[in-house]
Design a protein around this ligand. Structure first.
Ligand code: ADP
Ligand code: MG
Length: 283
């Protein structure tokens, strides 16, 4: 997986973004002057401590929430403001699966297309079956209820639904959280394949260092209410900040880094060290 040239037109541009929530104790500033550009074709992982505003940022890219100040653009336009076509530009896999429990698998995947009310049902069913196949599920699963699925299968169905409109941009909120290591590996393989085959741009929030090193072409770190650094794993690890030190070089990080010495080169570390290592600070 090679990163795109730095001058590629960004798919998502976030400029001087502020997010302020009102709380009983006064305003809570979640993002302060946050800048981030996401290039076409990259798998950008967003890491940061709990409550640093990773999910809120994904929701803003999706257009479900609006920044207090600053701008977010997807393909040069505000996200979510334009109904049908805009909705198709971004697919999101929410952290908690969020399948409709009263719908079977097929109807869950078909839901966004049905909501458009423009296609005949037969076509919608076919499209949903294609997407199920794409995420590695057998058509036999189509009539199952979400209650009868494993955690890994629920994630796959939710992913099929996120992809139903063939969005160029896919947002994933902790896609492997709650999966066992085998399920997480399988899901990573699936994401890697989809990224390659569909040419998707992926923005992923993850706490799982294996997933992070396995899939990312770039890592952005959210701390101090902004993106403090965005670059390859090498760039990020070299950036002096207490969060980064603890996250990558604490016990958990050490184990993940040791796992890197098994001979495989993670995407985020691949590439020539001297050309890729100039830290690209997003500020
Ligand atoms: N709609 C909301 N109203 C008020 N506060 C919110 C809202 N959404 C998120 N927050 C707060 O913003 C902060 C960041 O939330 P979130 O993006 O979910 O964090 P994380 O980085 O863990 O995903 C948290 O303190 C959360 O409580
Ligand atoms: Mg979150």
């Amino acid at each position: 997986m090679t990163d795109l040239p730095n001058n590629a037109q960004p798919l998502v541009e976030i400029r001087k973004l502020w997010t302020i929530f009102k709380t009983p104790d006064g305003p809570q500033v979640v993002h302060r002057d946050l800048d981030l550009s996401i290039r076409r074709g990259e798998v950008l992982s967003l890491v940061g401590g709990s409550g640093t505003g990773k999910t809120v940022l994904l929701r803003q890219i999706l257009g479900l929430e609006h920044p207090s100040k600053g701008t977010v653009t997807v393909l040069g336009r505000p996200p979510g403001q334009f109904s049908v076509k805009g909705a198709a530009n971004v697919g999101m896999l929410f952290q908690h699966g969020a399948l409709f429990s009263a719908f079977n698998v097929l109807d869950n995947v078909a839901f966004p297309l049905r909501e458009l009310k423009v296609l005949p049902d037969e076509l919608i069913r076919d499209a949903a079956l294609v997407k199920l196949q794409m995420v590695g599920l057998d058509p036999k699963q189509a009539t199952k209820s979400p209650a009868d699925l494993s955690g890994g299968m629920i994630k796959r169905v939710a992913l099929a639904r996120a992809l139903i409109m063939d969005p160029p941009l896919l947002l994933l909120d902790e896609p492997t959280a709650g999966l066992d290591p085998e399920g997480a590996d399988g899901f990573c393989d699936l994401l890697r394949g989809l990224h390659r085959e569909l040419g998707l741009t992926v923005v992923m929030v993850t706490h799982d260092l294996d997933t992070l090193f396995d899939l990312s072409t770039r890592i952005a770190v959210l701390a101090d209410q902004r993106v403090i650094v965005a670059g390859t794993a090498r760039d990020v690890i070299a950036y002096p900040h207490p969060f980064i030190h603890e996250y990558f070089l604490g016990g958990r990080g050490q184990r993940a880094m040791e796992a890197l010495h098994d001979g495989s080169v993670p995407a985020a570390l691949a590439g020539p060290a001297d050309t890729a290592s100039a830290p690209h600070n997003e500020r």
